[in-house]
Design a protein around this ligand. Structure first.
Ligand SMILES: [Zn+2]
Ligand SMILES: [Zn+2]
Length: 218
């Protein structure tokens, strides 16, 4: 994959929204996935979901609309169609330019099940820290090159903290951040204090590959 190739704005907007929902997730059992696929119950074909949140058997689907005009009834109808096809429990339709009046009216029928959220680009962009204050940063080192702050979204890391394994009677703690852009894994190893990218950089110690193995299995 070429790192100089620009990703379309709508995709970058999806990364921002994924980061927001990932970072706001409070449940250990919850997973927040960008660009998921679910086979439709009725269409029997693969449906693309911008952001999928799963918690036990509860499925929430999120659709992100980064358009210059408000989402209209047609946009809502498309979302409702997917919502019913994938048998989601909850749905969130997100727009960077709001919704038409008729959409607000129509959605009342789905109260408690489907919500509308207006998140403009600037607000979405403030979802991550460009500066890192501790050792762990929100930005993927592998794809941080040449991005224009505020205009372009760099590779954002979705961290899982507080992971631990027991090796030789000693518990080793680690964190893994998966990049929304390049899908590489940044690993923080607590026992050596190093941060490395699993796909590109030498391992800090022999624990890292064990961490990654375990992470990929769950
Ligand atoms: Zn990356
Ligand atoms: Zn290490």
């Amino acid at each position: 994959m070429s790192l100089t190739k620009k990703s379309p704005q709508w995709k970058q907007y999806e990364w921002l929204i994924t980061k927001i929902f990932h970072d706001n997730s409070e449940s250990k059992t919850e997973t927040v996935l960008h660009d998921a696929k679910i086979i439709g119950e009725y269409s029997e074909s693969s449906r693309q979901i911008d952001v999928l949140i799963e918690n036990n058997n509860i499925k929430t689907i999120i659709e992100c609309k980064h358009h210059s005009r408000p989402v209209d009834l047609k946009g809502l109808a498309d979302f409702l169609e997917i919502f019913s096809d994938v048998k989601a429990n909850f749905g969130i339709l997100i727009s960077s330019s709001g919704f038409t009046k008729s959409v607000h009216k129509r959605i009342k029928e789905f109260e408690g099940q489907i919500t509308l959220e207006n998140i403009d680009w600037e607000k979405a962009y403030s979802s991550f820290q460009e500066q890192s204050y501790g050792r762990i940063t929100d930005l993927c080192n592998n794809c941080i090159d040449n991005y224009i702050s505020g205009k372009e979204v760099p590779g954002l890391l979705c961290w899982e903290h507080g992971l631990g394994i027991e090796v030789n009677d000693k518990v080793s703690m680690y964190s893994i951040g998966k990049c929304l852009k390049c899908n590489n894994h940044t690993v923080y190893c607590d026992s050596c204090g190093w941060i490395t990218i699993a796909e590109h950089e030498e391992s800090c110690c022999k624990l890292r590959d064990i961490f990654i193995d375990l992470y990929n299995k769950t």
